[in-house]
Design a protein around this ligand. Sequence first.
Ligand code: URA
Length: 235
Amino acid sequence: MMRLDKFLCEMGVGTRSEVKAYLKKGMVTVDGEVVKKPEMKVDENTAEICFQGKKLEFEAVQYFLLNKPAGCVTATRDRLSETVMSFLPENRRDDLFPVGRLDKDTEGLLLITNDGQLAHKLLSPKKHVDKTYFAVIDGKVEQAHIEQFSAGIDIGDEDLTMPAKLEILSSGDISEIQLTIQEGRFHQVKRMFEAIGCKVTYLKRISMGPLTLGDLQQGEVRVLSENEVAQLRSR
Ligand code: URA
């Protein structure tokens, strides 16, 4: 059981004060009856709660996959910049957060959920979840770098990076690569290439564990399938 106003807030209907105003205006029904009391206790699993005539489906956990465009920040709120949360649908839980962080100029796959346990698991280097990036590099990436990245390199932290898999897609003054890492240190990919005298000029995450972007376009978001959630949980 939970308070009606808390339920409505969590389901993304509005802030506490907005919800109070909606209730006052008679915009909320519980099992077909208009309810105006924010403190009313409801059973979130069985009550039929409607806002403006539309049933609100209670979901304790939600999982969204965003193809993040460059230019927005990976944060739940920011005073200056657009955040990744602005790409989510309006009627969503209010306690969602991005799992890990992509830089403002990085694009690609970002999971947004309120499942803290799963987030922790995906981010822990000990769990060895692969995160694969595509990058354009200013500089010649060569065979020797594959061994270096696989052995672990010094990016100025206490520890060397964990073994990473570098694939060279093209090598020249400008190179194109794919890099798979199992950690998520601050600016990790950019710092790994800096350590070998190169510069990342474009970076996009293309997969994380079993999750891939598929045909999700930039700025688009989709709900994870049950199968994807099950795969993530079983890790
Ligand atoms: N590594 C980086 O340097 N930046 C990102 O956004 C992600 C990984």
